[in-house]
Design a protein around this ligand. Structure first.
Ligand SMILES: [Zn+2]
Length: 246
């Protein structure tokens, strides 16, 4: 990688690998269920290409839900002792020299990598990471959970909780943000992404948390065609996006 560029690889759902000039950051990496027939990626490929014998690998796990946490990431740590795991407080792993648990509003600096944990509107944390003169935000399950079956009171609370959390992040400069566009929220799938883009103005927003429903990323991009942020469109697992800092 050249300086001020990042190569982003979509693994599956909310899983991404980011390569910067000197670092590899891996977020919420899980393997798609075999029954879903998602082609392109499996654990062995990821291990061979991004984990084995690489330096400066940082593996992030926002929370313990199985669509964000694959326990076998712990084996990566065993086979590459220089690898660091940074996880939300609720992830069932034992802290050690290279394995760190974080609460919201905690900060951590490991070598050249600065990490700040923010809250979530579900379990665990979200992460703001600065490295190689670039900054990344991964939401985890921090989403505007507007479920149609909720009461108006619950919906108000969800909106308030989400906006309060985003407010805390809004002063950050963000190159690339990963934000949920969850099709299960039906016509409200876009609320979190739109609010995030308007409030935090990342240079690039990458939609996530959509499982195999890749088409929703095009739908979201069309809806936000007026936005100041670029919106990535994802079509398959393993797709790569080049980000160049302006
Ligand atoms: Zn989730």
């Amino acid at each position: 990688m050249k300086p001020f560029t990042a190569q982003i690889t979509h693994v599956y759902h909310s899983g991404f690998i980011i390569e910067t000039v000197n670092h590899t950051l891996i977020f919420d990496c899980i393997e798609p269920d075999k029954s879903l027939n998602v082609t392109g990626f499996n654990q062995r490929d990821i291990y061979r290409k991004w984990i084995n014998s690489r330096n400066n690998v940082f593996v992030f796990v926002t929370h313990h839900h199985q669509d964000h946490f694959m326990p076998s990431v712990l084996d990566w740590n065993a086979s590459n002792p220089s690898l660091h795991i940074i996880a939300g407080y609720d992830v069932p792993i034992k802290p050690s020299q290279n394995c760190h648990l974080m609460n919201p509003s905690e900060k951590l600096k490991i070598n050249e990598v600065s990490i700040e944990a923010f809250g979530s509107t579900d379990d665990g944390v979200s992460f703001y990471v600065q490295v190689d003169n670039m900054s990344f935000f991964h939401s985890g399950d921090l989403n505007w959970w507007h479920w149609n079956e909720f009461t108006s009171q619950q919906l108000e609370q969800e909106e308030l909780d989400f906006k309060n959390e985003i407010q805390q992040i809004s002063s950050k400069i963000i190159d690339v943000a990963f934000v949920p566009v969850d099709p299960r929220l039906e016509e409200h799938y876009y609320l979190a992404g739109e609010y995030f883009v308007e409030t935090c103005k990342p240079s690039l927003m990458v939609p996530m948390h959509f499982g195999i429903h890749f088409d929703i990323t095009q739908q979201f991009s069309n809806k936000l065609s007026h936005a100041s942020s670029s919106i990535a469109v994802l079509e398959n697992s393993g797709q790569q996006i080049q980000y160049v800092k302006k």
